[in-house]
Design a binder for this molecule. Structure first.
Ligand code: HAM
Length: 430
């Protein structure tokens, strides 16, 4: 029988890689936690309408990429292509606005988009995102951006660039769209087919076309900045000033239009300058002041972002090996009595806080020692018939080869000594 394979565009996260995932999550959890963000977990599938209304029918995500199906109750449901719409639905449905005027939320989990698969682009991928719901203050925009940069920096990622734009208010955009369509229409036949399709449906997306000829035409297109009302212009300048005050570098990019329709005013993307190829956006977000009312809630301003964890992982893999659990002790044993004592010793040492791996193979000592060496543990504990009979144990420091015999009660009594020794060995190593 042939083996069943994972679905195209999905991948397994194997134990050798999971250390990166845990590290990314722990870093984000700590940084966001210190800024008073709390985690929210929403369902992986939702009513299709939520995304159609929230993200916009004219977007690629809704038009082409959603995993939508009819369930057994005849409802149209969709695997979430992103996190914001679900968070906003939860915010409205659970009346979170009553629980405090401002909600600072973060989330992580799998998202689903039926896209062409390539390096850094999958059909099931993972995002970690945050949303501030209930503040129109430009400082909220800057806070979320600063936290994204802090997370990426804490992970050791450099060589990143941030693109910043304002996509204005819906009114600003309406006027701009008209001007853009006026400018592009005479060039219609020269645009790439995708852009021709977008000319009436979603003309602003033409601005970030990757087609060289379209890009040339777009270069001289009117810029959204000339269509920002004074209020929109002012808030754009405030965001820039506050970013500068915080020492956060950015590049103004009038062609940055995000792929989802809900954005207003601030839009930004963090891009990797090297290491990712074409799919180089590691984080994208912005303000979405119209989404909450669009989804049936009260008019509520909001801003947020999401990072693509697979892309961050690809960058981390180029920098450092996966962080792994550091073992303190590896226990080898042979003989019935010794093996029984070894199991007990492992449990007792774990309960006082040591990381302990017990060799369960019952194979020859030589083979067990080889595994101990490979385990990365600081020390090996050895129990054979003699040790079992005298209730002792051999303690061997694997780096130095230093070995001594001691009683099992002494081993368990001197935990502080072992801890210090393990720490000083680790410090010598790094
Ligand atoms: P997005 O730009 O569509 O924004 O996605 C955010 C990030 O998810 C991207 O920058 C990228 O790193 C990653 N990503 C997107 N699609 C894929 C894929 N097929 N494979 C791998 N990674 C991918 C949003 O989703 C918004 N909800 C962000 C947001 C939150 N805006 C406001 N609040």
């Amino acid at each position: 029988m042939s083996a069943i394979e994972a679905i195209k565009g999905t991948r397994d996260i194997l134990p050798e890689e999971v250390g990166y995932w845990q590290w990314i999550e722990a870093t984000a959890r700590s940084i966001l936690g210190k800024a008073a963000y709390t985690e929210i977990r929403t369902p992986i599938f939702e009513q299709t309408d939520l995304f159609a209304r929230g993200i916009g029918e004219a977007t690629d995500v809704v038009g082409k990429e959603m995993y939508t199906f009819i369930d057994k109750g005849d409802r149209s449901v969709t695997l979430r292509p992103e996190g914001t719409a679900g968070v906003v639905r939860a915010y409205i449905e659970n009346g979170l606005h009553v629980k405090g005027s401002l909600q600072r939320l973060w989330y992580t989990g799998p998202m689903f988009r039926y896209e062409n698969v390539q390096a850094g682009r999958q059909r099931q991928f993972h995002q970690l995102g945050c949303e501030v719901i209930g503040s129109a203050d430009p400082r909220a925009d800057v806070e979320v951006i600063a936290l994204a940069i802090d997370i990426l920096t804490a992970l050791g990622l450099t060589n990143l660039r941030m693109d910043l734009n304002s996509v204005g208010s819906p009114t600003d955009r309406q006027q701009y769209r008209a001007a853009l369509v006026d400018y592009l229409t005479p060039y219609k036949d020269e645009l790439d087919p995708d852009s021709q399709n977008r000319l009436n449906r979603n003309p602003m997306r033409i601005l970030d076309s990757k087609n060289a000829n379209t890009q040339k035409i777009v270069q001289d297109a009117p810029k959204i900045w000339s269509y920002l009302a004074p209020e929109s212009q002012k808030r754009f300048e405030q965001v820039q000033q506050q970013l500068t005050d915080l020492g956060i570098a950015y590049t103004l990019n009038p062609c940055l239009v995000r792929g989802l329709d809900y954005y207003t005013h601030t839009a930004f993307e963090v891009l990797a300058e090297t290491g990712l190829g074409a799919q180089n956006a590691v984080c994208g977000g912005g303000r979405y002041d119209g989404l909450i009312s669009e989804l049936g809630g009260a008019e509520t301003p909001a801003v947020g972002w999401a990072m693509g964890l697979e892309r961050i992982l690809l960058l981390l893999q180029q920098l450092a090996p996966a962080p792994s659990l550091k073992l303190d002790f590896y226990i080898v044993s042979r003989g019935d009595k010794a093996e029984a004592q070894a199991l007990q010793l492992a449990q007792k040492l774990r309960r006082v806080g040591f990381a302990v791996e017990l060799d369960l193979s019952a194979s020859a000592f030589g083979k067990q020692f080889k595994r101990a060496d490979r385990s990365g543990a600081a020390a090996c504990l050895i129990l054979g018939d003699d040790e079992a009979a005298s209730n002792t144990v051999q303690l061997k420091w694997l780096k130095t080869g230093e070995q001594s015999a001691l009683t099992q009660p002494d081993l368990l009594a001197q935990t502080e000594t072992w801890r210090q020794q393990i720490t000083s060995l680790a410090e010598r190593d790094s």
